[in-house]
Design a protein around this ligand. Structure first.
Ligand SMILES: [Fe+2]
Ligand SMILES: [Fe+2]
Length: 235
């Protein structure tokens, strides 16, 4: 399966043309498109409407997760409904299978990496923050545990490893992702992990267990020479 992957399209109401140009080449290159969150700029239904109009033109299967920007306006149920209504698979912790490939997708959350990982100790606010991070990893674990496929692909918005966040300011690392997400992937195994969110991170890395991780944030792809509109990975 040829997977075209991108994240952080940050579609605004006036972005119809920009999105069209970015995604034009996808159908000729890939069998499916995966979108790793921050589909919209402010999580507004009218932004999602613009994006969906361009996604439908592509006429290929699309699998997505939402990102933190899609949560900004408190309209997540409506955004998910809009995507699902037109047949775009919007994953939020459920397993999905397509042509023998299993997909598990969650947004993920912050929390930090490795030794820098925040633990649930002290004030209620810290505990609640860490609890949210753990809950996302648990939802990913549940999705992965239900997939029986040999080939599995994980879709996240937040980074699961530090390596693909490198390039961003170090002060931001705790807010770019959590290694709890990659620990889960290592336990279950996966052929590839896609994420976004770290706009100025690095293109590729590996989990401790060796799973390839692709940061497909659009600003990062566009900064390559020559610029990429999406990442193509075969599984
Ligand atoms: Fe983003
Ligand atoms: Fe983001």
């Amino acid at each position: 399966m040829r997977i075209a992957a991108a994240a952080d399209l940050h579609c605004g109401v006036n972005d119809r043309e920009r999105i069209r140009e970015r995604l034009n080449a996808v159908p000729a290159a890939a069998d499916v498109l995966v979108l790793a969150g921050d589909l919209t700029n402010y999580g507004r239904p009218e932004e999602m409407e613009v994006l969906i109009s361009q996604l439908l033109r592509l006429r290929l299967p699309i699998i997505s997760v939402l990102g933190n920007h899609d949560y900004e306006s408190g309209a997540v149920p409506e955004l998910l409904r809009m995507l699902r209504e037109v047949g775009i698979k919007a994953l939020d912790g459920e397993p999905y299978e397509r042509e023998g490939v299993g997909f598990a997708g969650v947004k993920g959350f912050c929390g930090g990496f490795g030794r820098g990982e925040l633990t649930a100790f002290g004030e209620p606010a810290i505990k609640s923050f860490v609890h949210t991070s753990m809950e996302e990893s648990l939802r990913l674990e549940r999705a992965l545990s239900q997939l029986r496929n040999e080939r599995r692909v994980v879709l996240l918005h937040y980074a699961p490893i530090e390596a693909t966040a490198v390039g961003e300011a170090r002060e931001l690392f705790p807010f770019l992702g959590s290694s709890r997400l990659s620990d889960v992937c290592d336990r279950f195994g996966a052929a590839a992990i896609f994420h976004g969110h770290a706009h100025h991170g690095a293109l590729e890395g590996r989990t401790r267990g060796g799973i390839p991780v692709y940061n497909v944030a659009l600003p990062l792809l566009l900064a390559q020479a020559p610029p990429l509109a999406f990442r193509l990975v075969e599984v």
